[in-house]
Design a protein around this ligand. Structure first.
Ligand code: PMP
Length: 396
């Protein structure tokens, strides 16, 4: 693991940090899972060396562990700019968070057809989803959402903050205003935004935000749902068991309110501590710098791809609000798997190929057979992008 290193000079495209990946490997698959930051690995190792049961024991180590877990919750609260009375629930990942949200939502949910399956299937399975077709522009898409919300009351608008396929960013504050005008709440799938842009629940006017630790430079197995406490406290616990229950008889139970209500069972303290460490590391680097770095790399990649006539990038909107470090494309004459194998076997470049758990979107964009996705973050440098472009040029 290379040390957390400052950017050298003024080059915004130099990697901001090192990662656990071997130097010879160009990891362009951050949108799937981002490599752990050095400071996260260190914090995790410290917590792993010394822990005991959480929320249960009077022993010193139990108390230390409980304090670490609850401190992590407060760090996450401030990292995402949550309101003081919002509840921060630790979950397994974004998928888990949205499945929990589907258990607490008291009515219809309006969703777009561009979503990751994690922000579609929990709603459709619960019989809550009203799916709206995205339009070629964000303005027209907001118009279509407006019409759907006006047609019949909905409890929630559930929308991604940034597409996991194209990286296009959606105007969250505008969408929050739209939902609220119709008496609905908004849940934002922040899986692809939170690692890359400053996120403020309170100033965006978001009611619920969900994201995953493993895309935030922390390990697998922990995620977050944060937001308004009333629905969380009114709903049945997501899981039944110890920790969620205050008093229990054979035939009756009184459940806790607050985060504990939905965190039955021994929680993933190490995952929560790692998410908090990642949040602190990203704040220390600064999202302004992270944004500049990633935008410079997006421009470099876009310009390079535009110069390759056999490579066709995927886009949902004509008027996106910027992009996080994600570019998906197809290459004429090759299947996505052949391209990914060429990049991996021939060049040591790791990308994702397939349909990115967004089958309806891929079908809509005319790529039901899938595409190739390159994605990046703070550990990526211009040399990684140039290596990808050179390898793709060979397929022309
Ligand atoms: N939403 C989006 C936008 C994603 O990119 C992903 C992960 N690809 C998910 C949800 C699901 O995340 P997880 O697999 O961590 O539950």
């Amino acid at each position: 693991i290379r040390a957390l290193a400052p950017v050298v000079g003024a080059d915004a495209t130099a990697p901001i940090t090192g990662s656990a990946s071997p130097v010879t490997y160009a990891n362009l698959d951050y949108a799937a899972s981002a490599p752990a930051l050095t400071s996260v690995a260190d914090r995790l190792a410290g917590a792993l060396a010394e822990y005991a049961s959480v929320h249960r024991g009077a022993g010193h180590l139990s108390q230390v562990t409980t304090a670490r877990y609850e401190q992590a919750r407060e760090t996450v609260r401030s990292f995402v700019g949550a309101r003081a009375d919002d509840t921060v629930v630790f979950t397994r990942n974004t998928t888990d968070s949205i499945n929990l949200a589907a258990c607490i939502t008291p009515g219809d949910v309006v969703v777009l057809d561009i979503e990751h399956h994690a922000n579609l299937l929990p709603w459709t399975r619960a019989g809550l989803a009203r799916v709206v077709s995205s339009q070629p522009t964000i303005d027209d898409t907001i118009f279509a959402l407006d019409a759907e919300l006006a047609k019949a009351p909905a409890a929630l608008l559930a929308v991604t903050a940034a597409s996991n396929v194209t990286g296009e960013v959606l105007p969250i504050a505008r969408l929050a205003g739209l939902a609220h005008r119709h008496g609905a709440r908004i849940l934002v799938d922040g899986a692809q935004l939170v690692p890359h842009r400053a996120t403020s629940i309170a100033s965006f006017g978001v009611d619920y935000l969900v994201f995953s630790g493993h895309k935030l430079y922390a390990p697998f197995g922990a995620g977050v749902l944060v937001g308004r406490s009333d629905w969380l406290d009114a709903a049945e616990p997501y899981l039944a068991g110890g920790g969620a229950s205050a008093t229990v008889g054979i035939d009756d139970v009184a459940w806790h309110t607050g985060a504990a209500r939905h965190e039955a069972g021994s929680p993933n303290v190490l995952g929560a501590v790692s998410i908090a460490a990642a949040a602190q590391a990203l704040r220390a680097i600064g999202f302004e710098r992270i944004g500049q770095h990633e935008e410079a790399l997006v421009r470099r990649l876009d310009d390079g791809l535009a110069a390759l006539p056999h490579v066709r990038p995927l886009r949902i909107f004509d008027d996106a609000y910027g992009r996080v470090g994600i570019a998906s494309f197809v290459v004429d004459g090759y299947t996505p798997r052949q391209v990914a194998e060429h990049l991996s076997g021939g060049h040591g470049i790791g990308v994702r190929d397939g349909k990115f758990c967004a089958h309806p979107l891929l079908a809509k964009l005319g790529h039901s057979d899938g595409a190739v996705r390159a994605s990046f973050g703070v550990g990526t440098g211009s040399d990684d992008i140039d290596r990808l472009l050179a390898a793709l040029a060979e397929l022309g």
